[in-house]
Design a protein around this ligand. Structure first.
Ligand code: SF4
Length: 467
């Protein structure tokens, strides 16, 4: 990944110090913004083009907004590009010599930089002991800490930020040791683990931090039908964050062998039922399984060879390690329950065209309109576009080409694409159109226009079906 570089110790730099650190911070910033909701492989060529075009924050601040959007073209979520650009301009206006602050709090004053991005820039570029928490890190932490919680819930998020903060400070010897490469390496390691090993279906048998993983230990304990924790903790001492784990939550991924899957589900269900029956109300929380006896507090911890790896078991006598693939998958299945899966929010449905970047004239219509209603609405809408630049008598409704579904994270959009033919001479009306934020574009020039992905699909449809 071109944005991954060795940490630059500011003490080794001379007069070029501010320039070098600012450039490094800028690269981390650009990469983190591009990586939001986007795959690494997609981002790499965009990152290279962006950095070669605007190698410093000063260059980006001076860039033309249309050019910024055009370089971003195809990466989606275009507001990210605009916020990067505006952020660069604000940084330069505020402090031309040291535009990018190293402090995570100061970084958050700028557009598009939230807690996560601020933590990434501050730790990776400047070596500050600042935490990061994105979806990948939250997944790793919820499993490592045995937190059966909705990772998006505010209380849980606050707790995980606190944990991430405590961890990064601890490993980097904050505040005694000052700035170093450790915070950045630590944060990147957590992110990397979450994106490669501790994925939604974790590869626990490849995990380098399996020994400290509470979810893994609990899965392992349940597999061995052992009940960890002889004493029931006081209800006051019980975890206030974790929720009860229902047996319905236990499932096996579709790629599993059907027979093995059945075996696993039956086994997990059996263990979970037994556990439910044995437990009192106060022990219904997963975290309580390890409340009274955890690997850290058990003095007679023993290590056994299990699945060719050393695993510390919270028990005093050696056990026969499960060798079967089913056992490994069972534990991974159990771990995959963390954090608690919440039902997806219903995506809002709207029938309109998207308002962003350059787009075709668009309006919103009621959901489930009939073809006739849409045709009437389209003609009526086009009639409102008149203002001197379109002669309505020269417009002809060719027809509805098709309906395209476009799904965003927060919105499901059905776009009904209508084609009109226009024989108006537009040469005299271009300035008037521009004053209204509109423009006429020649067919041959459409490829170089910055359109959203949805608009581009509409244009492709128009090209294939009507031109
Ligand atoms: S042992 Fe499994 S669940 Fe735990 S951190 Fe590693 S991959 Fe994730």
């Amino acid at each position: 990944m071109p944005w991954r570089k060795e940490w630059i110790d500011p003490d080794t730099l001379g007069v070029e110090r501010e320039e070098v650190l600012s450039k490094r911070a800028y690269e981390v910033w650009v990469s983190e913004i591009m990586l939001q909701q986007t795959r690494v492989s997609t981002v790499i060529p965009y990152f290279k083009t962006w950095i070669s075009k605007w190698p410093t924050v000063q260059d980006l601040a001076a860039a033309n907004p249309d050019e910024v959007l055009s370089v971003w073209k195809g990466l989606g979520y275009y507001s990210r590009a605009t916020r990067l650009h505006t952020g660069a301009q604000q940084m330069i206006a505020k402090n031309p010599k040291t535009p990018i602050p190293n402090d995570a709090e100061a970084l958050q004053q700028f557009p598009g930089i939230g807690l996560y991005t601020a933590g990434a820039i501050s730790s990776i570029a400047f070596g500050e002991a600042e935490p990061v928490l994105d979806g990948n890190v939250a997944r790793v932490l919820s499993r490592q800490l045995g937190l059966y919680v909705d990772a998006k819930d505010k209380k849980s998020t606050d707790f995980m930020w606190m944990a991430a903060d405590g961890l990064v400070r601890h490993v980097s010897g904050h505040p005694e040791k000052g700035k170093s490469e450790i915070p950045g390496l630590w944060n990147q390691a957590l992110m990397e683990l979450g994106s490669t090993i501790c994925t939604p279906r974790p590869k626990c048998d490849e995990c380098p931090i399996q020994r400290s993983c509470k979810a893994y230990l609990e899965g392992n304990a349940l597999l061995k039908k052992e009940k960890v924790g002889a004493t029931v903790p006081d209800i006051e001492e019980a975890c206030q964050l974790c929720e009860q784990l229902d047996t319905e939550d236990l499932m096996v991924g579709p790629e599993e062998d059907a027979e093995e899957a059945e075996e696993e589900v039956a086994y997990v269900g059996k263990v979970a039922k037994k556990r439910k029956a044995n437990d009192t109300k106060a022990t219904n929380k997963i975290s309580q399984y390890f409340t009274s006896r955890t690997p850290r507090t058990t003095s007679k911890m023993e290590t056994v060879e299990e699945n060719n790896r050393n695993i510390e078991l919270p028990d005093t006598k050696k056990r026969k390690a499960p060798q079967s693939n089913v056992g490994t998958k069972y534990i991974a299945t159990y771990c995959s329950l963390f954090p608690k899966k919440m039902p997806k929010k219903k995506v809002a449905e709207e029938e309109c065209l998207l308002a962003s970047l350059w787009q075709f004239p668009q309006t919103t219509i009621p959901a489930s309109s009939s073809t006739l209603e849409r045709k009437t609405a389209a003609k009526k809408f086009v009639s409102t576009l008149d203002g001197g630049d379109v002669d309505l008598s020269k417009l002809e409704h060719i027809g509805e080409l098709d309906s395209l579904l476009h799904v965003f994270t927060h919105l499901k959009l059905t776009m009904h694409v209508h084609m009109f033919s226009n024989s108006t001479d537009t040469s005299a009306t271009t300035a008037d159109a521009a004053a209204r934020g509109r423009k006429w574009v020649a067919t041959a020039a459409m490829d170089s226009e910055t359109l959203s992905t949805g608009m581009r699909r509409c244009w492709t449809l128009a090209q294939t079906q009507a031109l």
